[in-house]
Design a protein around this ligand. Structure first.
Ligand SMILES: [Fe+2]
Ligand SMILES: [Fe+2]
Length: 400
């Protein structure tokens, strides 16, 4: 959990104040270490602050809606305000954006889990009518995991599903892959695209088909944009992986293409509530705001419901992990590397398609640091993906 430390001293003399500030900083650091909280930074009220004038605290409150942290840690609650009523008000204000306030001396520590068990159960009830996965998905997944299987085996499985066959052929013949000659056999397509990409396409095409847009719904998720974002995230993640580790990963394309599956589920199984989320955060770029709105209206977030459904479908653990942690990748224990790559691929894809320019402030500094990247590295990747994006236009026929 990402947290910010907040330090304030009531002492008037500079030296005494500085000593107290330091002490508070140390206590906050120790507290975070002890409870496994990821301390992003400590902010200190400047000299001109007074008990009734807290520019730094006000700034934190103002930024709460698009913040990248889930809690604020203070030495004592009193550091927020002397008067209890004002303290309560501040804590409530932060809570509106799902930001908790912890006190080093007064919090008996039980970090509240972001979504309660009961809420997860209730959304599970909502998705109880979800259709099961088409058999072809299971068979393709099994095939890919079996080192002895060949392109011919894969081709046979896909060929049994004529809709899928034509979708794969349409894609491989699209401008994006840009082969000079028409490709008409599925085996040939597999040889060209590779096993892992084909697996991702079969998975996503089959799953997105379950959630194809319903005509009678208005104000809904923009499906074309969603498909494009998913595919571009997969392409970007695969590239980033190759760039950083000089090799391919057999799951990255599939994991990346499915990362936002929870959004489709919310749109179709909790449509009216989710329409509010889309209306209030149309570009979906500042993720804390998006997750807060999802929690507020749908009582569950898209990573969480996507994960629940991925598990119920028995998708491989690495896929359900990426779905769950793609906005908080350092939390993933078993699949941190791939989840972090998808995290980066996701934002690059969003910046390219939704924003149209590179912005550093959407990235969590800790994740960027963890990958030992800097702004220039990300900008190079951005330019690369921007180029790719111009070529993926004719997608509609693939996912519908
Ligand atoms: Fe997402
Ligand atoms: Fe996404």
């Amino acid at each position: 959990m990402n947290v910010i430390g907040y330090v304030f001293s009531y002492k008037k003399e500079i030296e005494a104040r500085e000593t107290e500030n330091r002490l508070q900083e140390e206590k906050i650091e120790f507290f975070c270490k002890k409870h496994g909280l990821n301390l992003l930074k400590i902010v200190i009220e400047p000299e001109e602050s007074r008990p009734d004038y807290r520019p730094t605290l006000i700034k934190l409150l103002n930024e709460a809606s698009r913040s990248k942290f889930s809690a604020i840690v203070v030495y004592k609650f009193e550091m927020l305000a002397e008067e209890e009523e004002i303290r309560k008000w501040i804590i409530e204000e932060f809570k509106k954006y799902r930001i908790q306030v912890y006190s080093v001396t007064e919090t008996s520590f039980e970090i509240p889990i972001q979504e309660s068990e009961t809420k997860t159960r209730s959304i599970k009830m909502k998705v109880r009518d979800l259709p099961s996965l088409p058999e072809v998905v299971t068979r393709v997944t099994e095939l890919v995991q079996n080192p002895k299987s060949s392109a011919a085996d894969m081709g046979r499985v896909i060929s049994h599903d004529s809709g899928l066959t034509s979708r794969v052929l349409r894609l491989v013949n699209s401008a994006y892959y840009g082969f000079p000659k028409q490709i008409s056999s599925i085996q040939h397509a597999i040889m060209i695209l590779g096993f892992t990409t084909i697996k991702g396409l079969v998975l996503s095409s089959s799953i997105f088909k379950i959630f194809s847009p319903k005509n009678n719904l208005v104000n809904t998720l923009d499906y074309k944009k969603f498909w494009k974002h998913s595919l571009l995230t997969a392409i970007a993640s695969k590239k980033i992986h190759q760039k950083l580790f000089f090799e391919d990963d057999e799951n990255i394309f599939s994991a990346a293409i499915l990362h936002d599956i929870g959004k489709l589920i919310l749109d179709q199984y909790d449509h009216n509530n989710y329409a509010n989320v889309i209306a209030e955060a149309p570009d979906q770029i500042y993720i804390n705001q998006v997750l807060n709105l999802e929690q507020k209206y749908c009582e569950v977030t898209h990573p969480s419901i996507g994960h629940t459904v991925a598990e119920s479908w028995n998708l491989p653990k690495v896929l359900s992990d990426v779905i769950k942690y793609h906005h908080d990748p350092l939390q993933s224990e078993e699949n941190k590397k791939i989840t972090t790559i998808v995290y980066l691929g996701n934002y690059i894809s969003q910046l390219v398609l939704n924003v149209g320019e590179f912005k550093m402030d959407v990235f969590d500094e800790n994740v960027v640091e963890h990958m030992r990247l800097n702004e220039d590295d990300l900008l190079v990747i951005y330019r690369d993906i921007e180029e790719e994006a111009t070529q993926i236009e004719d997608l509609e026929s693939f996912f519908k």
